[in-house]
Design a protein around this ligand. Structure first.
Ligand code: SF4
Ligand code: SF4
Length: 368
């Protein structure tokens, strides 16, 4: 275990950023979001505030180019000797240039245990056959420095999914950190974490592992008092499709949903994307961007699509998190970060869904 004074964090970040890209929460327009560290960027409050998005973009960006297709048209009278045009007037040549894969290490500092679990969810989707090479390259080069949740917020409920916000050394991060008084404690966990620590060792002092015990106990006691941490997942998980899919609870609760997609864009585990072409002056740029199962044109095909109403789309989002994903990967694809609780303009969220089904069960029990 190591430590560094919080007042020296800028020095630490500058040192890390000397050798590789550093991504961390930055305050812009009053909001905290992950961005690339630059001298002078506003990092005030990054240790204590929940970011609007999770840092998922570092591995699965909201927008990324996959490849460019360029078209070169050569008029027949400019063709070199011996060349024959495919038609009588011109020759058209297409070249495809794949976007380069990430090939340099980068550090992402300040992810919380729930967000790191979110990356584990993405790993199931993008690293199992067929492997997504763009994502894989970023995962191989990314070094995650996780931060214990010094001040968990009212909307947090990660413990429901077995996540420990007080001890990121139990997560899949490479380094775990804690705020202890005026210091940041730093504990490398993996080989990548050890290698990063070696590079910044001159800035760190050694500390005893027990230095973080009081902080862990304090975070645990805050979490215990939060309103959503007593949610029960009974009745959810593997094999519950028939039981939940046909319930009339969906019809009762979905109506305020605007289909705005906010819940999917702030979610650390949502992984749906669309692939589109953008016409450039000499061809097309093929890119992918996050999509939302809450949108009416999601996976729309010429023959129509199978989710034609908002209630179906609403049900899909929560069934996917709580039933289909456990069915396929043996884990939930909600990590209890509470962002959909904070951000839905209609105050609809996964907590409300779980509670609505719980109430329905209680009422059914009372009527037996
Ligand atoms: S649940 Fe809320 S955030 Fe999600 S699409 Fe509906 S209104 Fe938007
Ligand atoms: S569904 Fe909501 S609480 Fe769960 S991981 Fe996504 S944004 Fe967080």
């Amino acid at each position: 275990m190591y430590k560094i004074a919080i007042k020296d964090l800028n020095t630490l970040f500058s040192k890390i950023a000397e050798e590789q890209e550093l991504i961390l929460p930055i305050k812009k327009a009053g909001q905290y979001n992950f961005g690339v560290y630059e001298e002078g960027c506003d990092i005030d409050g990054i240790l204590t505030n929940k970011t609007v998005k999770s840092g998922k973009d570092a591995f699965f960006p909201q927008f990324e180019t996959l490849y460019n297709v360029r078209k070169k048209i050569t008029p027949a009278d400019e063709l070199e000797n011996g060349e024959e045009a495919a038609n009588t007037k011109i020759r058209t040549k297409l070249t495809i240039e794949a976007e380069a894969l990430k090939d340099k290490d980068f550090v992402i500092f300040g992810m919380r245990a729930c967000d790191v679990k979110g990356v584990e969810v993405l790993d199931q989707v993008f690293l199992t056959d067929p492997v997504d090479n763009y994502y894989k390259a970023r995962r191989e080069h990314g070094i995650i420095v996780a931060l214990a949740c010094h001040e968990p917020e009212e909307s947090c409920f990660c413990t429901v999914f077995g996540i420990d916000p007080a001890d990121p050394s139990k997560s899949k991060a490479d380094v775990a950190t804690w705020i202890v008084g005026e210091e940041l404690c730093w504990k490398p966990i993996t080989e990548k974490g050890e290698a990063l620590t070696k590079k910044i060792e001159s800035l760190l002092a050694s500390a005893d592992d027990s230095a973080v015990d009081a902080e862990i106990a304090n975070i645990t006691s805050i979490m215990d008092k939060l309103p959503n941490t007593k949610l029960s997942l009974e009745g959810w998980g593997k094999g519950k499709t028939d039981e939940k899919f046909n319930s009339d609870v969906w019809q009762k609760i979905y109506t305020p949903c605007l289909g705005c997609g906010t819940c999917t864009f702030v979610c650390p585990t949502c992984q749906c994307y669309d692939i589109k072409d953008y016409t450039t002056k000499d061809g097309i740029q093929r890119y992918r961007c996050w999509d939302s199962c809450m949108y009416s044109d999601f996976t729309l095909m010429a023959g129509g699509q199978n989710r034609t109403s908002q209630v179906q789309r609403f049900r899909q989002r929560f069934m996917h998190k709580l039933v289909y994903f456990p069915d396929r990967y043996d884990m939930y694809s909600c990590v209890g970060c509470g962002r959909c609780v904070d951000k839905c303009p209609q105050s609809l969220n996964i907590v409300k869904v779980i509670k609505a089904f719980e109430n329905e069960q209680k009422e059914a029990g009372a009527n037996v």
